[in-house]
Design a protein around this ligand. Structure first.
Ligand code: V47
Length: 385
């Protein structure tokens, strides 16, 4: 065992909060086994052997984006080869197909489209809610929310953000995904995603959502030009924002952290290696250890691959996202936009790793289903008639 990890292990076993220095020591250590064991200890305290997945569909409504982030291979400019935007009807149709196939959630995000009006987004939500009322709509990153505040001339300030979120919630928005956070650091921001909102605005959007009673997620995009100190700082800001939501008694809060490994292919940063599998495992484990007030750590199998996500269940992960079906933002190993895993494969991977697969809805209520029909039950009521 790496001797430097001994005092950290003592803290973890005693249930004490880790410091930024502890986070850095963990990320610098090559003792991935001890780090994994500690994260597994915490994960089992939260969830035992339960491992969550959901039946969902990711919908990327447009890849046209006003920004040009260097890590992103998804965005196009209007008129570029491959640029697309779905109509509201297209999106509603895809959501209906998902619901008919038994999905409990649609995850909808897109580029910062320069011309689509605010009504496009509210019509999309209202259309889905009318056509598939049971489907949970998790949509729009904090970056899109600020964009919508600007295009609807409400400004990117707190009042504008709050009023946009209230309107979207009224139209059917169920929760916010964790995207767009990247790395909370100004140097990295200016070098890799200049023009995007900074950390304070990303956090302000999530805080406003929590106040309005919306659950949200958080991501960190690692393995590009950020330092290990930047990663730890990101964890600290997330942990602090979650403390605030809890202390203030907001009905909304962060549910899940999703560490996203940078996939270099076809991006402006293609010359970089991106993180290795060992870095992936360490990041997932350190997320579990640092974010002691987040209930869930998700491995997004689309990016981490299902093989590594399965291994990650022993490194603090308790969630593997879902069936996904179509995904356009990243394509590992030359995958096409159609990226789907069946429930059987997801469950098999979880069982093989020694854990218990549990289908969840977006709010982590257990799902009982009969084919495409389903109902959500609070965990305590599972199996009860
Ligand atoms: O915001 C973009 C990232 C995010 C690349 O909330 C890249 O449940 C790696 O946020 N390599 C979108 N990552 C994905 C996302 C997400 C995924 C699954 C579940 C949830 C959730 C959220 O993907 C973007 C950006 O941070 N991204 N390009 C890339 N080349």
């Amino acid at each position: 065992m790496d001797a430097e990890l001994a005092p950290i292990a003592d803290k973890v076993l005693a249930g004490q909060r880790l410091s930024a220095d502890d986070g850095l020591t963990l990320l610098r250590s090559r003792d991935v086994w001890t780090i994994g064991e500690l994260a597994d200890h915490v994960r089992r305290k939260w969830h035992g052997t339960a491992t969550y997945y959901n039946i969902n569909r990711h919908i990327n409504y447009s890849n046209i984006c006003a920004l040009s982030c260097k890590f992103c291979a998804f965005y196009r400019k209007k008129g570029d080869d491959g640029a697309y935007e779905y109509s509201v009807d297209d999106v509603v149709k895809q959501a209906c197909e998902a619901a008919e196939g038994g999905a409990t959630e649609v995850h909808i995000v897109g580029g910062l489209h320069p011309w689509l009006p605010f009504d496009y987004y509210t019509d999309m939500l209202r259309g889905i809610r009318a056509a598939a009322p049971q489907l949970h709509i998790k949509a729009f990153t904090a970056v899109e929310i600020v964009h919508l505040a600007r295009i609807s001339k409400r400004g990117g300030n707190a009042a504008g953000i709050r009023s946009i979120l209230a309107d979207l919630k009224d139209a059917g928005l169920g929760s916010l995904p964790g995207g767009g956070a990247e790395v909370f650091d100004d140097r990295v921001h200016d070098e890799a995603f200049k023009g995007k909102i900074r950390s304070d605005q990303w956090l302000d959007v999530h805080k406003a959502a929590h106040e309005l009673g919306l659950m949200t997620n958080a991501t960190i995009l690692y393995g590009h030009i950020e330092s290990l100190e930047d990663r730890v700082h990101h964890f600290e800001l997330l942990r602090q924002a979650q403390d605030e939501a809890i202390e203030r008694g907001h009905a909304g809060r962060f549910q899940t952290v999703i560490p996203l490994p940078f996939i270099p292919d076809d991006s402006e940063l293609e010359h970089l290696y991106g993180p290795t599998g060992l870095d992936d495992l360490k990041m997932l484990a350190v997320s579990r250890l640092m974010l002691d007030n987040f209930a869930h750590v998700k491995a997004f199998w689309i990016m981490q691959t299902i093989e590594l996500s399965q291994t990650a269940l022993h490194f603090g992960v308790d969630d593997v996202d879902g069936t996904v079906v179509w995904y356009d933002i990243t394509k590992v190993g030359g995958a096409s936009t159609h990226q789907e895993l069946g429930v059987k494969e997801l469950r098999h991977a979880i069982v093989e790793a020694g854990f218990d697969p549990i289908e969840r809805d977006t709010l982590y209520r257990h799902v009982e289903r009969d084919g495409a029909q389903w109902r959500a039950v609070e965990p305590a009521a599972v199996g009860a008639t």
